[in-house]
Design a protein around this ligand. Sequence first.
Ligand SMILES: [Zn+2]
Length: 727
Amino acid sequence: MQSTRRNFALQSAAVAATLALPAAAQPSTSAEGWYDRPMRWAQLAFVEDDPGRYSPSFWLDYFKRIHADAACLSAGGCVAFYPTKIPLHYRSKFLGNSDPFGEMLAGCRKLGMNVIARTDPHAAHQDVYDAHPDWIAVDAAGNKRRHWASPDLWVTCALGPYNFEFMTQVTREIVALYQVDGIFSNRWAGSGMCYCEHCRRNFRDFSGLDLPRTNDPQYPARRQYIVWHQKRLFELWRLWDGTIRAANPNASFIANAGGGALSNLDMKTIGELAPTLFADRQARHGLMPPWMNGKNGKEYRATLGNKAIAGIFSVGLEDEHRWKDSVQHRDEIRLWVADGIAQGLRPWFTKFNAKPIDRRWLPVVEEIYNWHHNNERYLRNEASLARVALVYSQQTAAFYGGEHARENVENAALGFYQALVEARIPFDMVHDKLLDSAHVDRYRTLILPNIAALSTEQCEQIRAFVNRGGSIVATHETSLYDEWGVRRRDFGLASLFGASFDGRVQDHIQNSYLNVERDPLTGQFHPLVHGLEDATRIINGVTRIYVKPQGNYLPPPLTLVPSYPDLPMEEVYPRVPRTNIPGVFLREAGHGRVAYFPWDIDRTFWEVLDVDHGKLLKNAVLWTSNEEPPVTVSGVGVIDISVWQQKTSITAHLVNLTNPMMMKGPVREIIPLPAQQLRLRIPSGKRVAAVRFLVGGVEPQYQISGKVMEILVPSIALHEVIAVDLA
Ligand SMILES: [Zn+2]
């Protein structure tokens, strides 16, 4: 199917080349449902002085050499790179009679590439300001906003006529002239709160209220604003999408949007609207771990299912000081991209300025893309085989977290994520609005990392999942708030936890511990504290939920040692060395299992990275899952793991994150891992026809016993993919 489409595309391009049609009349490579075709994207983001000064053949040769099969090219918005006829649509002052957008588009089509056009509506020139001052964004003090980085420009209002009228015209013109496969709009959703006359009036019509001047989501105006802001942006999305489809039925609007709990557009709706989506996380910075790129892939996949998702990476440093013409070390680029590919992202490089200055990145991207092209059939994933899923919740971030969402919501998820990577457990992510059986029954265990805000219906879905044999691990204030962030009298999931809320949350606890306890009946340690048998006690977290037991739970393998003074040193001894207050609630519920930690174990793990907490999180997932995992990898080092199924094969990706720089990029070199022993579960009804290493190239030595294949991976430099052809 795919090769048929590709041949057709190549033939169309060949015909076009023979006829030497003008750019605008070239037949498009678009076909219905083209979105799954491209595997490797190239983005050239023009700067104003590119027209007439850059070399199209340099780029087209490069695109061909790297087997890029789709391109995103800058067309219009802030600056037009084609001869637009729309009044106030600013043309590059270097444009003259040229059409660099059309020229590159025609060249890409000759290569059989899909092409989408980039627009950027977030900034406008002085003539726009003069003609339509109401199109400009207004700050809380009532001033029109100059652009923070380019003070000659103005920041536009995303929710008023600039986008709804002017940019709709621009969008229509680009699609009508060039029959592009889609419009990708950057910074289309605004640049913070806008208090312009349109926003004030439209919000008042919607809510009867004035625009909020607080970020606290418990104030009615802020709560209503969060709802209205999304509604308005989705109206814009649908308007542009309809405009595009009217001009080319095979094209769509593809917003630069989406993300995890902290993103502000509902991912469930995005998953329904977008035919494909691109995760714009160009590189890491600061203390961001390299697995963060894979996390983007998981968050998008949670609501886009099997739709194609590309991961946009830049080749430069992505630091707040924004050296946009910089080039990173090759190993940092390779590490970031490899983790995205391992978690299902198709690579998309972006380069601003078509006249590259530092060219060291070119061979790096070429190497990555050529490997990807050579192994494409093992990278067209049809399903993840992970049996564990980490839930994320935008409503928890918006309405419970508010201004503290990063600390109180996202950091819990990051802590659990890190623990799962260290534990070498492959996992997916699940959106909290998709907890129905169709979306969660493929998993054995759902993890709820302080998913505090859940509706009654969502709690019912989680209970039903456990009733059907699923297991859960939950932490901290999970289900203690409703979907609007209003605290309940008790956990929505109290009956599952075996614990009820006792009315009090204690935070900023210093110097508190947990005793590691044997089962009083058997004298044995519970598997939850495996690896901690000799510890006697371990550190506690820093926020504790007071709970009272409800119903049955297993004898707690952890009990509380309350806080005691940490200074002066003479005072540092436990006043209460032992209590019977559980540090974890463990239950067997039907065929499923439940582990609930009434404290911030995952958030504390992200802050402190205490190895004991990492062990508890790992053990909780293994004990609740209670089955042979789809893949087990033994050996030393930190590896991000995924397992995928393709049409006639399965693959296990191992990305080597072991690096002295792994917690603060950029890395300078890759430190190869020693041998790893891998156990891979063979899907039932299938047999192994062939096994290949897609990176290392050596002949794999493997054994099959029953449903499990054992294979020795001799060494991993950066990334290894074990590809198993099935018959
Ligand atoms: Zn506005």
